[in-house]
Design a protein around this ligand. Sequence first.
Ligand SMILES: [Zn+2]
Length: 248
Amino acid sequence: MKRNEFIKISSIAGLSLAIFPQFSFKKFSEEFSRSQLIGKGNPDIVGNTYTSKMHKTAKVAFKEMKAAAAKENINIEVVSAYRSFQRQKQIFEGKYKRFTKQGLTPEDALNKIIEYSTIPGTSRHHWGTDIDLIDANAPRPADVLLPENFHGTGPYCKLKMWLDENAEKFNFYEVYTDNGNRKGFKYEPWHFSYAPVSVAMLKEYKEKIDVKKMLAEEKLLGAENFSDAFILKYKEENILDINPKLLP
Ligand SMILES: [Zn+2]
């Protein structure tokens, strides 16, 4: 492509992004590998720690959002960002062992785990687009990621109100919204996703990843107990019953 043509096309793309952000997310086209989609390696992840590792494009937008919030005396702190398959596997298998040792059937153990944790290979944190946020300027409760901290008289009310008002301007969207009709993961007022990349990743995830096959291939502890019905329900509710603005 000639340079002037490229400039013309990219400025039109930039304009449509400003006017129709949703429309553009659906147009975002990139090929993601299986490894990228399930958290087993991603050259686009930058950063060194579990609170700073993020998709490079999401990180640029995050820094802009953080700078804007700082003007209102809110110090946005990431408590969790990119999480690898391996890390999620440790969390999952640790709980699975503990719950089955306590006498739960494999099926009950699974259902208990997925109240709060994802099955490895299915976490949005694998993508580097999703982050859990608190306000470092507020008094820090013992357990930071609880909905009550973000409402009523909780320490993160100011952050929550600011994010409700401003996060979407930076293309960050709440994933697990407070919608009584929503199934799957419970309300998480701290979990935000950078839509321009995550919508495209979810689209490819749906097309490319056979969750049951992937779990068998990865030899996840307890995977033999995942029925087809369980996987189907998990996909429909935990993976896809999210903020509709984040659906491809
Ligand atoms: Zn999260």
